[in-house]
Design a protein around this ligand. Structure first.
Ligand code: ATP
Length: 318
């Protein structure tokens, strides 16, 4: 099943789980609409051919959902009954930390084997250097910022580009460095309004014809992108500022080769772990090796922003 926010690469992960099951001659069922579909017994039998032509598709053909009912004991009991009625005896959950929290609780309550595959564009899960969809999103964001820069430099404008990332700044920091942003505002660091103004002033004086500032949704500067625009225009009247909020387009699109390969590797590991009687683990990628981490550590652990990359970004904006 896929659960929580969708991300590119989820289809590729479903395909991998289904094909690995077929390889080991295990029957496989897909659960529609995450935990809500699980409660309602909304299942579909899947064989190797059912997942043809989906490796390149964004989103998730099994659909995703958020389920309030699964948060209750009664809801989880219904879900367990539905799984038992369908003779399902192990579960692979592709989702984010909320989905893993639900999976862990469910596994403990009913002694049900579960494995997690991290599927979320934010890359905010410990125990893996990359979550599924993150790489695709970076490529999408870099592509869009390149386009914005074309218009920014034609008109000598400053653009604030807001990207996803309420609690973590991975997308902003990496796409910002990749797209040559002048400044990057992330939740992990409070740059401060004064420093932002100083930096923009320096940028103008050094003869730059356009400036891009990438802002994560949850940045700590204390103003949203539109308030930032007003603030900068008041304090630096030489700047004409525009705002671009990228929004949900960041979640969509065909997964990158990296995400397809990662999804394929993770799906194999998830099924093989269940076959080895392992449970309550999340599959991850560490130093290019497929690893497993206990679900409770993946949920509680903090994925740390790369300080070295922050330094690189500072040097690049000279
Ligand atoms: P994303 O990171 O993209 O938001 P997510 O997996 O964290 O993905 P959530 O909406 O937090 O998304 O969780 C998905 C679903 O998992 C919830 O709708 C709910 O059904 C279930 N879930 C989350 N937390 C719990 C919990 N504490 N107990 C039981 N179920 C939970």
């Amino acid at each position: 099943m896929t659960s929580g926010g969708d991300s590119p690469g989820m289809n590729a992960a479903i395909r991998s789980v289904v094909r690995t099951c077929a390889f080991y001659k295990i029957e496989c069922a897909g659960i529609y609409r995450g935990y809500q579909g699980m409660i309602e017994g909304d299942f579909i039998s899947l064989d190797a051919r059912s997942v043809k032509g989906i490796i390149n598709k964004g989103g998730t053909f099994l659909k995703s959902a958020r389920s309030q009912e699964f948060r209750t004991k009664a809801g989880r009991q219904k879900a367990y009954n539905a799984l038992k009625n369908a003779n399902i005896d192990a579960l692979v959950v592709i989702g984010g930390d909320g989905s893993f929290t639900g999976a862990l609780l469910f596994s403990k309550e009913f002694n049900f084997p579960v494995m997690g595959i991290p599927g979320t564009i934010d890359n905010d899960i410990a125990g893996t250097s990359h979550t599924l969809g993150y790489d695709t999103t970076l490529n999408t964001v870099v592509d869009v910022i390149d386009k914005i820069r074309d218009t920014a430099s034609s008109h000598n404008r400053l653009f604030f580009v807001e990207v996803m990332g309420r609690d973590v700044g991975y997308i902003a920091l990496n796409a910002g460095v990749g797209a040559g942003a002048e400044e990057i505002l992330i939740p992990e660091e409070d740059l401060g309004l004064e420093r932002l103004l100083e930096s923009l002033k320096r940028s103008k004086e050094s003869g730059k014809s356009s400036s891009i500032v990438v802002v994560a949704e949850g940045d700590k500067i204390g103003k949203n992108v539109f308030e930032l625009k007003d603030y900068v225009e008041e304090n630096l009247p030489e700047y004409e500022v525009r705002v671009s909020v990228l929004g949900h387009m960041q979640r969509g699109g065909s997964p990158s080769c990296f995400d397809r390969v990662l999804a394929s590797r993770m799906g194999v590991k998830a099924v093989e772990s269940l076959l080895a009687n392992e449970s309550r683990l999340m599959v991850g990628l560490m130093n290019d090796k497929i690893t497993v981490t206990p679900l409770h550590k993946a949920i509680k652990g903090q994925s740390k922003i790369n300080k070295e990359l922050i330094r690189v970004s500072d040097i690049m904006s000279t």
